[in-house]
Design a protein around this ligand. Structure first.
Ligand code: 4AD
Ligand code: MG
Length: 480
């Protein structure tokens, strides 16, 4: 007997053969119809129990959340919304779920708030919403790897523990084996990191970019896709302390080629989700429509979830320089009643997500790539333009999210890079190897980082980034 998932069974013709299925009871009706879920799809398999065959004592244990195994014939279903069902000839309860345990209400059909479900992160995955989100997340990860492999990239695994600060922003989690009760000090009274595990100060990586650059300068086209860590105290719906980042890096690409890559890549993975996550996206879209009904008229979204995804596919990403964007923003009001919370006074200011969203949602009405930012608000490694004050940076901006991608053409000129590192207090000793790349066959190269959770958030329409990663790490929250 083949052991197939419910997703596979629902796609087969009813051939009157016997199947064995294991899963968790999603609901049951009249002691006769069990809706069984095995997580492989948002859909459940209807299992029709014949009272004659199954003992009453066993049926009593068939409660929501219980793990069961059924064996029976796969037949054409008479019910609506499904093509096949199982006529159960034997049923085993593999693991009971105590119906009076309060935690189990997470599994009940009653809607729970996402905040409540966050407190049961180990059980929330059994709900339809989280099942749909996490299956979509998995499919997106597959599409990302597929895109790069189809396009001649090599997957490079950058280190998690590192001595350097790739972004130079000082937002790192230290890694140490020193005993906090007995920290060794040097002659100046500073922590003596020589006695630490690595013999120096180390931290969790904020980005795999610098290491990926070294690989791009040898393998040509590479990408990293792994966890990154930021100790920034941002308690927003778009920030995590631990998030996954996709970072392609390409030798000989300038900023224009980098923008082409970002646009092509994003469109590919979003199209993949539309084509391969149809049931889950339909569920998530309907869920959002219900949420929208509760909102005031002027706060409702103009587009349905899948319309938003098509909005990305159907529009060319509008490429706009930072300087142009500032001119637009200085002369705009987001709407008649409201001003921006943060008013941009002058050239050189960093954009806030309200400005990014205004440009995308109200002004250009298309995804936007902003480029040529002021050097002072961007990282040390970005290539300086001839004007001496802007760098070849680019940010891709999305509706509802703001920045989803940050990237740049890298400074490939040794002298210019060294000067910038000095001016921005970047440790040259620690990054000697990064400078070396500019001595041995240096070349124009570019890359970017896409925040995976922001992509999942956009694709699934979830409002809070904490709900698109299995176990969110945010300030004050690393319980399990
Ligand atoms: O703009 P960022 O900081 O760029 C870099 O790290 C570059 N080294 C990338 C590169 O060029 N290879 O981060 C890139 C993206 C952001 O656009 C955002 O989508 C995401 O990573 N991101 C976060 N996502 C969730 N939580 C956070 N705290 C994030 N910080 C950045
Ligand atoms: Mg950025």
């Amino acid at each position: 007997m083949l052991n197939r998932t419910i997703d596979q069974l629902l796609k087969t013709e009813p051939t009157l053969h016997e199947v064995k299925v294991r899963g968790w009871v999603r609901s049951f009706r009249s002691n006769r119809f069990i809706a069984l879920s095995d997580g492989s799809t948002i859909k459940t398999l209807q299992c029709v129990v014949d009272f004659e065959n199954i003992d009453d004592e066993i049926l009593k244990k068939v409660t929501i959340g219980a793990a069961i195994e059924v064996v029976g014939m796969l037949v054409e279903s008479q019910g609506q919304g499904q093509t096949v069902e199982v006529q159960v000839s034997s049923l085993k309860v593999l693991g009971v779920a105590h119906p009076d345990d309060v935690k189990l209400t997470v599994l009940s059909p009653k809607r729970h708030t996402l905040e409540t479900l966050r407190e049961q992160a180990h059980l929330r995955i059994r709900t339809n919403t989280f099942g749909a989100v996490m299956r979509t997340r998995s499919k997106l990860a597959f599409a990302i790897n597929e895109y790069f492999h189809k396009n001649g990239f090599y997957y490079m695994h950058s280190p998690i523990i590192t001595g350097s600060d790739a972004e130079g922003a000082g937002e790192m989690f230290n890694v140490t084996t020193l005993d906090p009760k007995n920290i060794p000090l040097d002659e100046n009274g500073n922590v003596n990191h020589k006695e630490d595990f690595f013999g120096k100060e180390t931290n969790l990586t904020v980005s795999g970019q610098l290491e990926a650059e070294s690989y791009a300068m040898a393998l040509g086209k590479v990408y990293t896709f792994g966890p990154t860590f930021r100790a920034e105290n941002s308690n927003t719906s778009r920030h995590l302390a631990e998030f996954w980042m996709i970072e392609p890096e390409v030798a000989f690409n300038d900023l224009d080629a980098n923008m082409d890559l970002a646009e092509d890549f994003i469109k590919y993975v979003i199209k993949f989700a539309l084509d391969n996550c149809a049931d889950d996206l339909e569920f998530l879209e309907n869920r959002l429509l219900e949420e929208e009904k509760k909102k005031a008229q002027d706060q409702r979204s103009e587009m349905k979830l899948r319309e938003k995804l098509h909005f990305i596919l159907d529009n060319n990403f509008k490429r706009v320089s930072y300087t142009e964007a500032i001119d637009i923003l200085k002369n705009s009001k987001p709407n008649k009643k409201k001003k921006f919370k943060y008013i941009i006074e002058e050239w050189g200011a960093d954009l806030q997500s309200e400005h990014e969203r205004f440009l995308v949602e109200k002004h250009f009405k298309s995804p936007v790539i902003l480029f040529d930012y002021p050097a002072t608000i961007k990282a040390f490694y970005m290539r300086l333009n001839d004007d001496g004050k802007t760098v070849r940076a680019m940010d891709v901006l999305f509706p509802g999210i703001g920045e989803i991608v940050g990237g740049s053409q890298r400074e490939e000129r040794y002298d210019v890079l060294l000067e910038k590192m000095k001016a921005m207090n970047i440790d040259q000793k620690e990054l000697y190897w990064y400078l070396d790349l500019r001595k041995f066959g240096t070349a124009v190269h570019s890359g970017f980082g896409l925040g995976f959770e922001r992509l999942v958030q956009f694709t699934t329409g979830m409002g809070n980034i904490r709900d698109v990663i299995p176990y969110p790490r945010t300030p004050g929250n690393a319980d399990f």
